[in-house]
Design a protein around this ligand. Structure first.
Ligand code: APR
Length: 172
């Protein structure tokens, strides 16, 4: 089941919240900063333990990593790294789609029954909001339709009313 809400993802008592991280995966601004602030220092320490796949990269763009949520009401944080938007012709749509697919798969693998997504890549990474929402909705619908996808509650947690409108248009 898919829900759209407007709010701060760090307040959601769901099994997993998704963090729009960067490849270093040690925090940042935007929702990444909010999640690290709310989760506390232990989240930083848990991220440090995630092995680097190459120098300075713990989570390559499009992939996802899971840590506990620590002080967050959410049980887990699934960190995923969206593409930096250039012009849409450099694999950005595919990478953004992979963020949703890989985060959902990781949530399912960890027995999550509810997961909340921010609008990945649409802030500092500059992805056009409407385009990104289309990709997000498509990937979530495909995942939930797949026969082996346990009924999972997927929440699009939008920070702004404008984002809510983009998703409502797609889901109406
Ligand atoms: N709850 C929900 N959504 C939020 C919150 C919050 N507390 N704070 C910000 N957002 C929204 C933004 O409004 C935007 O719609 O999250 C979306 C993603 O924006 P960013 O956080 O800027 O993430 P992104 O565009 O993916 O850029 C990632 O920013 O914070 C750094 O370390 C991060 O380098 C990485 C980059």
């Amino acid at each position: 089941m898919i829900k759209i809400i407007q709010g701060d993802i760090t307040t959601l008592a769901v099994d997993a919240i998704v963090n729009a991280a960067n490849q270093v995966m040690l925090g940042g601004g935007g929702v990444d900063g909010a999640i690290h602030r709310a989760a506390g220092r232990e989240l930083y320490e848990a991220c440090l333990k995630v092995p680097e796949v190459r120098p300075g990269v713990r989570c390559p763009t499009g992939e996802a990593r899971i840590t506990p949520g620590f002080r967050l009401p959410a049980k887990f944080v699934i960190h995923t790294v969206g593409p930096v938007y250039r012009d849409g012709l450099h694999g950005e749509p595919e990478k953004l789609a992979a963020c949703y697919r890989n985060s959902l798969a990781l949530a399912a693998e960890n027995g999550c029954k509810s997961i909340a997504f921010p609008c990945i890549s649409t802030g500092i990474y500059g992805y056009p909001k409407e385009e990104a929402a289309k990709i997000a909705v498509r990937e979530v619908r495909e995942f939930l339709a797949a026969k082996n996808a346990e009924e999972m509650e997927v929440i699009f947690c939008c920070f702004s009313a404008r984002d809510v409108a983009s998703y409502e248009k797609l889901l109406s």
